[in-house]
Structure formats: structure tokens, C-alpha cells
Design a protein around this ligand. Structure first.
Ligand code: SF4
Length: 468
């Protein structure tokens, strides 16, 4: 029995037990009675360490009682977390003492795992490695560790090199390799950025749940709280795009709820969608205004109609337009959605214009005009609704103005184009080209369907920086 064992026994059980101290069982039921030099029974000891629950690496002070860590606190002197710990860091003790945690080496035996003593395990390990190296199969050895980028990582790498195994594999569920790779490609630096949120006036986040889990959430929460707090007469503003109402979303001044996986489309973004719709609207208006500008010439040339009957036709078109907008737009839009109704309207436009280009009889003329009018009646209100749906709340007016500008341009370009075609190509040319333009507008919408169907639902949530 060595000196330490002796004192363990004597200190607690007295002389009688000292006699029995040679029994190994006594040693097991009285641990740490003679503690390590830096542990005093009854007095808490604090150890500075680092949280390993995520790659952020917050500084931790671990409270130790009689050899057991009983509480974790943030290290106030640590540059990452300045004394704070997130919920996961606080709960790290649950992992430390989890009964399901492996208490020692295990060996697979069929489907089961059987424990074996450390000496046996080390010998088995050494034998296996030696055998693999002897058979020139060291590259078949895989060394897997958790994220180790300090001296422990260097040690593991040197071991891997020494035995000639493949490079070490690191398992890190919170890995940010995609960000690292993006920075490598974009800036030529294999690095993860530091976000100085406290210095920002406006923060826009696309799916980065930075108060809860992302990168260094304790540091982000602190920076965000400073940025979002009313200081020097103003406070920062925060917009967040995320499908889930996370802690980050709940702290946003405006939370934009998107379909999962579409953060990029949402960001690339509302404006892209407005552009697509505006261009489609421009093409559609070009086609229809070309018809309006040249129809009286067309009707005179092909049907010998004078101004009076043409005016009556335009009157009928107007009445039908009112009817369509009053009675059809709502139900069709309700069933297909504004985007679907817009596409249906463009299809009707294309069909009406194509018929107009080929018609020589009255029946086809009436059908063509009806199709064209119904199409226009469906397309324009739904174009406006589609733009309004897809614009962020605070930019809806701007988006609608943008779309109206493109429509106005269509009203300028359409008649000029149709007049030139009528004059230089032929009577039917404006309508044949117009039908093609309406189909192009449809094609634009179909091609951008994926982006256009990401309609953000916005929710104003009260943001309180102190919650962060
Ligand atoms: S952010 Fe939380 S889990 Fe990650 S290191 Fe810091 S305290 Fe630990």
C-alpha cells in the first residue's frame, strides 16, 4: 500500500480501518479523502477552461467540489464571451455526467459493445495498429476526433503521421466549412469572419440564427444587444429572414418568414422578383397597346370598318373589360393565385392576338377580341397584385411605382413598334408579333416560377434587445 492509499484510509476510518486498509474494496468506497494538492475538501476550486459544446470556444470557469465539476460560469476575462454562457454551454454538465456516456473502452462483440480494462484496450489497440502497419495497411486506419484545433489536435495529427494513417477526420456537428469555403473562393482566405454587430446600424440576416446557434452566438447576442439598444438618440434596426420563429427571429424588428431553403431566393431577392414581373408586364402592355394603336387601321383595311363601328367595338371592349375586372378577376385569382391568373391572362392575350392576325371573318374577329379583352382584364390587376404580394412591406409603394413605370414604357414602345410593323411589314404583323410577345412574357414568368412562388409572409414582432 502506498502513502496516498494509507492516508485515505487512516483519515476516515481510524486505526481500525487502517488495519483493514490493505483491502482493495475499501479503497473504492472512499475516494478523494486525500485529495489532489489543489483540491481542499469543502472548498470549491475554480478552473479556467473552454466550452466545447460548439466551435465558438467560449471561456468557462468550472466550479469543482471534491473532484466533481458542479457548475459552469462564463469567464469574464475571456475575449469571446466576456463572462456569458449560452444555454447549451450551461447544460454541458448534463453531457459530462450523462449515464449513457462511455465510461471506458468498449469492444464490439457481435452486435453488442463490451467493456474491457484500459490495459487490455491499449494492448489490443497497439497490436492492431502494429499489425496494420506490418501488413502495409496503415492507410486503412481512420482516426476520428471531435474538433481539436489546439495542441490536442496537433498531438493527434502527429500520431496519425507517425503511424502512417490517413489524415485525421474531425466530427463537428456545428461545422462552418461552407462559410470557410465561400471565403476561400471569394476572398482567398480560409477563415470564418467575425461580425462586429455592435458597430452596425442596420443588420439584415438571411437564415443566420446568430442569437441561438450560429458561429459565436454568445458574442453575437452581446453585439446585437448593443447595436439594438437606444444609444445617442437612435437604435439599430434588424431584419431577419428565416422560416422558424427562432430566438433571433423573435428579436427582429421585422421577421420575414420564408419557405425553408429559400433564403437565397428571398435575398436575391424581392427586387429580382419585382424585376421579373415588371419586365413581363412591360412585354404584355407592349402587345396590348400595339393592338389599341393599330386596330382602327386594321379594321379599316381588312373589314372596311369606319371610325363609328370601330368606336363601338372599343366601347364593347371597354364594357367587357369592366365586367371581367368586376366579376372574373376575384374568383380566378382566388383559385389560381395572382401569378396563375396573370399567366392565364397572358395566354388569352396571346391566343386573341394570334387569332386577330389570321382572322378574315366576323366570328373569329369577335372571338379574338373577346379573348384579348378577357386576357388583358385578368393580366393587369393580377400583375399589380403579384408585385404587391412579393414586395417587402416597407418597399411596397416603391415596387408598385417601379412596375407602373415599366407599364408606362410599354405604352410608349408598344404603339411605336406596332405602327412600324403595320406600315413596313403588313396588316397582321402587329398582332402576330404581339402574340409572340405575350408568349415571351409568359415564358419569363414560367422560367422564374421558382423565385416568384417564394412569397414572403412578413410578421412584425416586437424586438427587445435585452432578450438577446
Ligand atoms: S456559444 Fe454556447 S455552446 Fe458555444 S462555446 Fe459558447 S457557451 Fe459553449
Amino acid at each position: 500500500m502506498n502513502r496516498r492509499d494509507f492516508f485515505k484510509i487512516v483519515a476516515t476510518t481510524g486505526a481500525t480501518a487502517a488495519v483493514a486498509g490493505c483491502q482493495p474494496a475499501t479503497e473504492q468506497i472512499l475516494p478523494l479523502v486525500v485529495p489532489n494538492e489543489h483540491l481542499i475538501p469543502g472548498v470549491a476550486a475554480w478552473f479556467a477552461t473552454v466550452c466545447r459544446e460548439c466551435p465558438a470556444g467560449c471561456g468557462v470557469l468550472a466550479r469543482n467540489r471534491e473532484g466533481r465539476v458542479v457548475k459552469l460560469e462564463g469567464n469574464p476575462d475571456h475575449p469571446v464571451n466576456h463572462g456569458a454562457l449560452c444555454g447549451r454551454g450551461q447544460a454541458a454538465l448534463q453531457g459530462l455526467y450523462n449515464p449513457d456516456r462511455f465510461a471506458g473502452p468498449l469492444r464490439r462483440d457481435g452486435d453488442a459493445l463490451r467493456s474491457l480494462p484500459w490495459d487490455d484496450a491499449l494492448k489490443l489497440f497497439a497490436d492492431k495498429v502494429t499489425a496494420a502497419r506490418g501488413a502495409n495497411k496503415a492507410r486503412g486506419i481512420a482516426v476520428v476526433t471531435q474538433l481539436e484545433n489546439g495542441s490536442a489536435g496537433v498531438l493527434a495529427d502527429r500520431f496519425v503521421q507517425a503511424i502512417g494513417a490517413r489524415p485525421r477526420v474531425t466530427l463537428e456537428p456545428f461545422g462552418f466549412e461552407a462559410i470557410r469555403a465561400a471565403n476561400r473562393q471569394t476572398f482567398g482566405r480560409d477563415a470564418i469572419p467575425y461580425y462586429a454587430l455592435q458597430d452596425a446600424e442596420v443588420v439584415i440576416s438571411f437564415g443566420a440564427d446568430f442569437v441561438e446557434t450560429w458561429l459565436s452566438n454568445v458574442d453575437h447576442a452581446r453585439g446585437f444587444a448593443r447595436m439594438h439598444t437606444f444609444r445617442d438618440g437612435r437604435a439599430g434596426t434588424f431584419f431577419h429572414v428565416e422560416p422558424r420563429q427562432s430566438l433571433t427571429a423573435s428579436n427582429a424588428d421585422e421577421w420575414i418568414r420564408n419557405a425553408p431553403g429559400t433564403e437565397g431566393a428571398t435575398g436575391a431577392d424581392a427586387l429580382t422578383r419585382i424585376w421579373v414581373l415588371a419586365v413581363a408586364g412591360f412585354i404584355a402592355i407592349c402587345a396590348f397597346s400595339g393592338f389599341e394603336a393599330t386596330f382602327s387601321l386594321f379594321a379599316g383595311s381588312r373589314f372596311d370598318l369606319t371610325e363609328g363601328p370601330v368606336a363601338l367595338i372599343f366601347f364593347a371592349v371597354g364594357v367587357l373589360l369592366v365586367f371581367v375586372q368586376a366579376r372574373l378577376v376575384g374568383p380566378v385569382s382566388g383559385r389560381l393565385g395572382p401569378l396563375g391568373a396573370l399567366q392565364l391572362g397572358l395566354l388569352f392575350n396571346a391566343a386573341g392576338l394570334a387569332l386577330l392576325a389570321v382572322t378574315r371573318g366576323w366570328v373569329l374577329l369577335v372571338v379574338a377580341l373577346a379573348l384579348l379583352t378577357i386576357g388583358q382584364g385578368l393580366a393587369i390587376p393580377n400583375l399589380t397584385a403579384a408585385v404587391a404580394d412579393r414586395a417587402p412591406n416597407e418597399r411596397r409603394g416603391e415596387a408598385l411605382g417601379f412596375q407602373q413605370r415599366w407599364q408606362a414604357m410599354g405604352r410608349i414602345v408598344g404603339p411605336i413598334l406596332a405602327g412600324a410593323l403595320f406600315e413596313h411589314v403588313g396588316v397582321s404583323a402587329p398582332y402576330a408579333v404581339g402574340a409572340g410577345l405575350a408568349l415571351v412574357a409568359m415564358g419569363v414568368l414560367v422560367r422564374a416560377h421558382g423565385e416568384l412562388t417564394v412569397a414572403p409572409v412578413t410578421g412584425q414582432l416586437s424586438g427587445d434587445a435585452s432578450q438577446a
